[in-house]
Design a protein around this ligand. Structure first.
Ligand code: SAH
Length: 198
């Protein structure tokens, strides 16, 4: 709220969701600080402020279909699942994917489909999506992801080098794309075919 998040649904969901359940016991006491934390495999649970900004930029609809690339801890996945109809989430590390799925099932989420592997090319079988969120830094906007958006759909993706990225909201308008810059951020790299490679 202090940093300018206005969407009440996003604020309320983050208020209700226990972030400490998404981190290792060693980090529980830092779970409500506004910074990322390690989750294993060299990855991090994103900073709460960035989670809020990205969620707001997706402009989620209660009946919407959302694709998330980079499940990680599953914290962002849970927020998407609360605010949208159906969530499809992909994580490249099977250890993280398994832990996130167990955690989210344990919390009672039933509207999430999980996949392990390279998600940089999206999940075409379930396209089109109203929203696509990439929670890792990409070198460019993968066209293959924009192609999986419904008309007027939103792709939110950090794009830049590995030190700093610009968070972009890309809106599909027919064969055109409307690109809005949201802010600057620092995410772990998106690997894979349409990311930084393996
Ligand atoms: N939003 C999550 C994770 C953020 S870290 C959270 O807050 O917990 C980004 C995640 O993206 C990491 O778990 C990383 O393994 C994953 N990732 C990176 N490249 C990927 C790719 N090509 N396909 C699927 N997942 C990827």
């Amino acid at each position: 709220r202090r940093r300018g998040i206005l969407d009440e649904r996003v604020l309320q969901t983050m208020n209700e969701l226990p972030r400490h359940e998404f981190v290792a016991p060693a980090y529980v006491f830092e779970a409500y600080e506004d910074h990322p934390l390690p989750i294993g495999e060299g990855q991090t649970i994103s900073q709460p402020y960035m989670v809020a900004v990205m969620t707001e930029a997706l402009e989620l609809h209660p009946a919407g279909k959302v694709l998330e690339i980079g499940t990680g801890s599953g914290y962002q996945t849970a927020i998407l699942a609360r605010l949208a109809g159906q969530v499809f989430t992909i994580e490249k590390f099977s250890s993280l994917a398994t832990a996130a799925e167990e955690r989210l099932r344990g919390m009672g989420f039933t509207n999430i489909l999980y996949r392990t592997g390279d998600g940089s090319g999206g999940w075409p079988e379930h396209a089109p999506y109203h929203c696509i969120l990439v929670t890792a830094g990409a070198p460019f906007v993968p066209e293959v992801l924009v192609d999986q958006l419904a008309e007027g759909g939103r792709l939110v993706i950090p794009v830049g080098d590995t030190n700093q990225q610009e968070l972009l909201q890309v809106v599909r308008r027919g064969f055109d794309r409307e690109i809005h810059s949201i802010n600057y951020c620092r995410f772990v790299p998106l690997t894979g075919k349409y990311g930084w490679g393996e």
